[in-house]
Every structure is written in structure tokens, then in C-alpha cells.
Design a protein. Structure first.
Length: 428
């Protein structure tokens, strides 16, 4: 029997550096928890000449074979990111009998099925706690602690960059462009922030959560996505006046046997537990038949929080290895469930329009909504912009298709200058 468990790591950037630090600083207690020490043996990078800050000596290589062909390495951590070659390396590691731990939501959301099949065949562990919510434990709670439940809904704030931006816009009244520049300067948003502000990062994470919650494969392509690029300080001010905050929510809900999966900005009642999740924090709210409501909250990204989740998985894989119990919990997608088209999802809507300020216009707008069975809960008219009256409307709960038809009619009406905002409203 080996006297330690040796690990290879693909990538030594933000997360990889954190993993090396945690394995070193908590090495003694980790050894007690596992039964033997975990040793980081080799790390793959692109540029072997780059200066690295490593807490202990580690072999650094630019040849993946140094890890994949090393019979002493039992566990491979993938923290290099991107779809390829990360996916290929993980599949090759599994074929070589190595357990794989990853933080890579892109690969898990799009190719989870293929990776689970490879893990099943090789009877190795495939663990990905860090792929959703950074340091927040959510994959293992869903897969294990809440496994006895029938889950109805998983709803979360799973992108730190956009939550930081919306928080700043709400608390300081700043505009989208200014807040984005600030988020980039602080290193929260990427140089290319498209995946964050466009909702794609959250959609990948939601696909992973929904697959586990509903025991059915949900991929990134199944998720309806709207980002926050159209959210203005005016929308935020209306939300606050009406008792709401705007959050980019990732929602997976069971709807009469089908699954609704969507990411979009949402008017959330200020009293909702997710409404107080601010700055770069993430949270996931779960509703199950036995547990009732549960919420998981914490840091959704960053070097050490993400490393916390990765190292937790490594310890799990090492314990399984030590006890001869690897491959115990693999794919849990045993059902085939249809996705509900976005056109059929129902919600109340907040709609902001600029219209001609003349008699009969309000009646014409109400008529266009009424013709599509869209019933209005409240109408606010309080100011003029560029000579037009601004109307803010909140509807009752209606199917998306009806709202879209009504808006399409209004866009063709001469008295409607502009449809400025269309934002779904969450009910309590
Ligand atoms: P990062 O800082 O860009 O680091 C990537 C590392 O991988 C670098 O060390 C890079 O080598 C190496 N690498 C990239 N492509 C490679 C290739 N083809 N061959 C060899 N080495 C390669 O990325 P990160 O922020 O740590 O993110 C890593 C993963 O964790 C991603 O999947 C990300 O989505 C996920 N994640 C990140 C966070 C976060 O807060 N950052 C949170 C949750 C999940 P060089 O150093 O030589 O360039
Ligand atoms: N870009 C992500 C966020 C972090 O802003 O939450 C990595 O998952």
C-alpha cells in the first residue's frame, strides 16, 4: 500500500494556486482526515518559464503526459478551464484509471454525460463541486444530503460579477457602463465580460444544478438566457420604489412534469432571502418535499473559496481510494424529462414604455394587452422623457407568448415611441 496519495494538477492560475496553498497549509489535518497525506506531485501549465508562487516544491511541466502517464498519480485536478483540451485530458485521465476533480462548468454543463460515462466505465470518481457557486457547497448537498427529497425548485444567484454590478447600481445609483468598468478594474469581471453580463456563465451553472436536482440531463443549450446588459438605473429605481430589487436569477423549476430552466433579470420582492445576497456573493435556494426551503450562501468565486471546494473533492476522492469505494456516486440523471419552452413559462411582467402624451393612448395600450389576455395589475405614469409620457406597467401572471404578442402589437402602434424594459417579476 502506498504511503501517500499523489495528485497531478492541470493548470496553475487563480484556482490552481489556491489549491496548492490549501493542500500545503492544511496538509497535516487533511492527512488525518484521509488516513494518509495528499501530495501535489506535478502541475501542468502553458508556460513553464513564468514565475510561480508555490508554497512547496512541485514539478512544473508543459507536457500533459507527465501527469497522465505517471502511474504514481491517482487523482487529477483539472483547473485549466475551457472546453478543449480540458475535456480530452479528463477523459484520458479516467481511461488511465485516475480520479478526476474539476472546477470547469463549461465542460460539465456541455459534456457531463460523456464524462460520467467514461467515469462509470473506468470506475473512477468524477467530482465537480467548484463548478457551481465557487466555495459554496451545493453539488454534494444536492447529490447526497438532499438525495431523499423530491426537489421542486432550485433558484440562485450564481454569478458574482453581475451580482456585484447590480448591487452597485442599486446602492449607489450608478449606470451599467460605469459599474462594469469598476468591476473590471477590481478584477471581478473578465477583460471580455460577455459570459458574465450576458448570463452565459450563470446558464452553464444552472444546467449543472438542474441536471442534479431533477435527475435528468439538462445542458447549456436547454437554458433560456437573458443577461443584464439592458438593465438601467431607471429600472432599478422603479424596482426599489415598488418594493423589489433586480437580481440576475438562475431558475430551474418543475412545471407539470417538464423542467423550466432560465436565466434572466428578475424583480425580486425585497423580503425574499435571495434579495439580500449582495456584492460578489452567490446563493442557491432549494425547495424540496422533505427539507422544505434551504439556502446555501457564500463566495461564488476567487482563489481560496474555489480552492476550498476543489480540495474538498480531492479529499473525498482520496478517502474513497483509501477505502476501496471509488465510483460510488456517479451520474444521477436516470430520467428523461422535457424542457418547457420559454414561450409557455408564466410570470408577472414589469414593462416600461415611452408613449405619446395624448388622450386615448392609455386605453389603446390597455387594449393591446387585453387582446392577448394580459391583465394589468398596476399602471404608473409619473414623468415625461423627451416629450413622451413614460408608462410603467406590472401585469398579472401571464404566459411569455402572450406578453411577446402584445409587445409586438405595441411596437407597431404610432403612439408607442419605445418599449424600454421588459423584466419578469418573481412572486413571493
Ligand atoms: P486561470 O487563472 O486562467 O488559469 C489557467 C491555468 O491553466 C494557467 O496556469 C494556464 O497556464 C493553464 N492552462 C490553460 N490552458 C492550458 C493548456 N492548454 N495547456 C496547459 N496549461 C494550460 O483560470 P482560473 O481562474 O484558475 O480558472 C480555472 C478553472 O476554474 C476554469 O474552468 C474556471 O471556470 C473555474 N473556476 C474559476 C473560478 C475563479 O474564481 N477563478 C471560480 C470557479 C470556477 P499558464 O499559467 O502557463 O498560463
Ligand atoms: N465569472 C464567475 C462569476 C466566476 O463572476 O461568478 C467563475 O465562475
Amino acid at each position: 500500500m502506498k504511503d501517500c496519495i499523489q495528485v497531478g494538477m492541470l493548470g496553475l492560475g487563480t484556482v490552481g494556486t489556491g489549491v496548492a496553498k490549501v493542500l500545503c497549509q492544511n496538509g497535516a489535518s487533511i492527512a488525518h482526515k484521509v488516513g494518509k497525506p495528499i501530495v501535489l506531485k506535478t502541475v501542468l501549465v502553458r508556460d513553464v518559464h513564468k514565475e510561480r508562487s508555490l508554497p512547496q516544491p512541485v514539478q512544473v511541466t508543459d507536457k500533459v503526459e507527465d501527469i497522465l502517464n505517471d502511474p504514481e498519480i491517482d487523482i487529477v485536478i483539472e483547473v485549466m478551464g475551457g472546453e478543449e483540451p480540458a475535456k480530452d485530458y479528463m477523459l484520458r485521465a479516467m481511461k488511465a484509471g485516475k480520479h478526476v476533480v474539476t472546477a470547469n462548468k463549461d465542460v460539465v454543463a456541455q459534456h457531463g454525460k460523456e464524462l460520467f460515462a467514461a467515469a462509470e466505465e473506468a470506475q473512477v470518481d468524477f467530482l465537480f463541486e467548484a463548478s457551481v457557486g465557487g466555495g459554496i457547497p451545493i453539488i454534494r448537498p444536492l447529490k447526497q444530503c438532499l438525495a431523499g427529497n423530491h426537489i421542486y425548485e432550485v433558484m440562485g444567484i450564481v454569478n458574482g460579477t453581475t451580482n456585484y454590478m447590480l448591487t452597485k447600481m442599486t446602492q449607489e445609483g450608478l449606470d451599467f457602463a460605469d459599474v462594469l468598468a469598476e468591476a473590471q478594474a477590481k478584477g471581478y469581471a473578465e477583460a471580455d465580460p460577455t459570459a458574465d453580463v450576458g448570463g452565459l456563465d450563470a446558464a452553464r451553472k444552472l444546467a449543472i444544478l438542474a441536471s442534479i436536482a431533477f435527475n435528468a440531463r439538462v445542458t447549456f443549450d436547454d437554458v433560456y438566457v437573458e443577461g443584464i446588459t439592458n438593465i438601467s438605473s431607471e429600472d432599478i429605481a422603479y424596482a426599489s420604489e415598488l418594493g423589489y430589487v433586480i437580481k440576475l436569477l438562475a431558475i430551474a423549476r418543475e412545471e407539470e412534469g417538464r423542467i423550466s430552466v432560465r436565466v434572466h433579470p428578475t424583480f425580486l420582492p425585497s423580503s425574499h432571502p435571495l434579495a439580500n445576497v449582495n456584492d460578489v456573493y452567490n446563493a442557491v435556494f432549494v425547495r424540496g418535499d422533505a427539507v422544505g426551503e434551504a439556502m446555501f450562501y457564500g463566495r461564488g468565486a476567487g482563489e481560496m473559496p474555489t480552492a476550498s471546494a476543489v480540495v474538498g473533492d480531492v479529499i473525498d476522492a482520496a478517502r474513497n481510494l483509501y477505502r476501496g469505494a471509488s465510483g460510488r456516486i456517479l451520474c444521477t440523471c436516470f430520467e428523461d424529462r422535457p424542457i418547457q419552452p420559454i414561450s409557455e413559462t408564466k410570470a408577472p411582467y414589469f414593462i416600461r414604455l415611452l408613449v405619446q402624451d395624448q388622450p386615448g393612448v392609455l386605453a389603446a395600450i390597455a387594449g393591446a394587452f387585453g387582446a392577448q389576455q394580459v391583465s394589468l395589475n398596476s399602471v404608473i405614469q409619473k414623468r415625461k422623457i423627451n416629450g413622451c409620457a413614460e408608462l410603467a406597467v406590472i401585469t398579472y401572471e401571464v404566459p411569455d407568448s402572450c406578453v411577446q404578442l402584445a409587445l409586438s402589437t405595441m411596437r407597431g402602434m404610432s403612439v408607442v415611441s419605445e418599449v424600454r424594459s421588459v423584466i419578469r417579476v418573481a412572486m413571493d
